[in-house]
Structures are given as C-alpha cells and as structure tokens.
Design a binder for this molecule. Sequence first.
Ligand code: 1GP
Length: 242
Amino acid sequence: MNTRPWTDWDHILKIDPDKPLVDGETFEDVCETGTDAIEIGGTLGMTEDKMQRVVDACAAYDVPLYQEPSNPSVVIDSPALDGYLIPTVFNSSDPFWIVGAHKEWVRIENGLDWDRTTTEAYIVMNPDASVAEYTEADCDQSADDVASFARVAEKMFGQEIIYLEYSGMFGDPEIVSAAGDALDDSTLFYGGGVHDYDDAYEMGQHADVVVVGDLLHEEGCDAVSETVDGVKDAHKASAPTK
Ligand code: 1GP
C-alpha cells in the first residue's frame, strides 16, 4: 500500500459541504470528473451532518475520499474515508491554528487513527479569503519567504504535504514555482482561483497537485474535468521532478 498516495496525484477536487452542486448535477457526476482524489472540507458553516452527507454520497464511487476538517469538532468517523488531511497553518499569527487545535484534538476518546491521518502545512496567501481571516494568517509573504516556509515545513517539521493556499484568487506563478523549487521530496499542493484548462496548466507547471474548489459549485463538473486535463497535460509535458 502506498502510504503517500498524493505523490501519484495531479488533481484534487475539494467539495465544500456548505455549498450546493450546480443544478442537475449529482455526486456521481462529481466522482466522474477524472480527479485523483476528493477532499471534503470548507472553512465556514461546517457541521458533522453536512460532512457526513457528502461522504455518504461519494462512498459508492472509486475516487479516494479524504476529509479536511476545519476544526476537530467536525471530524467524522467513517470507513468510507481513505484518510484525514489536517491543516496546520504555518503563517498563522495564532498558535491555535498551528498546533493548538491539534493538541486538544489528539486527546479525544479512543485516539486518532494515525495510519489515516496526515498533516498539510498550509501557507495561506489571499488575505481576503475566509481561511486567512479565520486563522489570522499573515499573507504578506514574498516568493523568498514562501520558499523558506516550504523548506522549514519539509526539512525541520517533516511535512509530507505543503499546501500553497490562494483560495478564491489565482496565485502568483512565480511564488508557486519558488515553493516547488524549495522542496526535495514533499508534495506541493496549489489551490486557488483555478477556473479553466489554462489556469490548471499554468499551475500544474509549478505544483505537484492542483486543488480545485469553487469551480465545482459555480460552474460544475465539465469545467472541473477541463482543469483535470490541464494539470495532467502540464505534468506530461514536463519531466517529473520527483
Ligand atoms: C480552497 O485551495 C482550494 O481551499 C481551492 O480554491 O476554491 O479558489 O478553487 P478555489
């Protein structure tokens, strides 16, 4: 079994359980977009019930399913989940979002399922995103700063996943590239503002995995499939770096 399946991924579709699908689309359509994995998570309005509904709806299909909880109170225990991807926000000004929430969570009754739990070292870059407000992230980071955070996350904190998060806006490719260049083995996720094939191709040139979120809820599954093609074509065109 590959304990780091994300090293084989190009694309993740992130479903926000608080947002509806486009009219007429189903979770079956969502699971057939060609994405490599589905992450279920969002920042606001999250409840266990909403999470559970999406997990149940996707459980019957083949796509790997991960929960990305915004806080420990919405974690659900389901055999349908391949794992839990837990954010820790490296540029948060509040230690709660770096290690505080985690410290409370690990002492839950019966403990965590460590084999299915992995952290994602977030670097949050869009100051207008709710995730930036929520975690009080300091988004004023140069390419050099971001590269440095990425290196620290990989080399000092042993993070397998570094997540450059521009949620809601298309990021600066030079910054994404700087983060990618700073890493040896860790997997770079990029997310934010990917709306079409070209956006996905562009970020796919710099990141190992491109995460698409809002597009699913705003434009639907066909638009998402185009982004899958974009990132996969970008990766095919460039020799893999890891
Ligand atoms: C959000 O990184 C993801 O956490 C994707 O961002 O919603 O802007 O696609 P978008």
